[in-house]
Write a protein that binds this ligand. Structure first.
Ligand code: GLP
Length: 241
């Protein structure tokens, strides 16, 4: 894995956005894998700026997101579909029909999961996948577990993940305890992976991801097996290395 050390969150966001912008310019019909959470927000903000001020063109781009809260409809203010529209898609010239996010309220859960993997594989996988890192070492919503799970599926969220993400939800008992997440096959099929890690809350997870053994109890450690991973981490996140 290639490690890019940056000073702070601002530098991380600009560096990540520069890589994505290059990808978009070099291959205007790229397929981008996108993440949610607080970490990629600065990157999306900078990409929006580049679209608005420099004409960065997303008109032929396709996107796939990693996950969605189970039980939240697309128009729910805490759904990841709402997040993506609000922070990114509404401000760029992307065709929303090409933006894929698992449905949090599928009619047929098994079919939804199977179809999501099929759509990603039919398009040939992601050209570039953005990932954040959970403090449990999770990527997407692949929480620590006895084995690496390859496919998109419904998962129970760890208590610490529910706590960490709870601040987005005004009323605590509305925090979903389950999510639909892509599996490791979706992630490892990407041609390039960008893992963004900021803050000392992630320091231990990052240390174990980079230096530990490949272990499903540290889900991100599987990235050691991928040939093209760039980790962009700030000083705080690197404090345990
Ligand atoms: C969330 C998301 C992940 C994200 C991670 C880190 O729960 N499902 O895709 O990367 O946890 O979130 P944050 O960036 O807010 O720390």
């Amino acid at each position: 894995m290639k490690l890019v050390e940056v000073l702070d969150y601002e530098a991380l966001s600009l560096h990540a956005a520069a890589i994505i912008a290059n990808q978009v310019r070099n291959k205007p019909n790229s397929v981008l894998g996108l993440a949610t959470g607080s970490t990629p927000l600065g990157c999306y903000k900078e990409l929006v700026r580049q679209h608005q001020e420099e004409g960065l063109d997303f008109s032929q781009i396709t996107t796939f997101n990693l996950d969605e809260y189970y039980g939240l409809a697309p128009n729910h203010r805490n759904s990841y579909r709402h997040y993506m529209n609000h922070y990114f898609f509404n401000h760029i010239n992307i065709d929303k029909k090409r933006t894929h996010i698992p449905s949090g309220v599928p009619q047929d859960l098994i079919a939804e999961c199977r179809d999501y993997d099929q759509r990603a594989s039919d398009i040939g996988g992601m050209d570039c996948q953005i990932l954040g890192l959970g403090s449990t070492g999770h990527i997407a919503f692949n929480e620590p577990s006895p084995s690496f799970e390859p496919f998109t599926r419904l998962v129970d969220l760890d208590e610490s993940t529910i706590q960490a993400n709870g601040h987005y939800f005004k009323i605590e008992n509305t925090i979903p305890r389950q999510a639909i997440t892509v599996g490791m096959r979706f992630i490892l099929n990407s041609r390039a992976i960008l893992l963004l890690v900021s803050s000392d809350k992630k320091a231990q997870a990052l240390e174990r991801t980079l230096n530990g053994t490949v272990d499903p109890m540290v889900p991100a450690s599987i990235l050691q097996l991928h040939p093209n991973v760039t980790v962009i981490a700030d000083k705080e996140a690197l404090s345990m290395l």
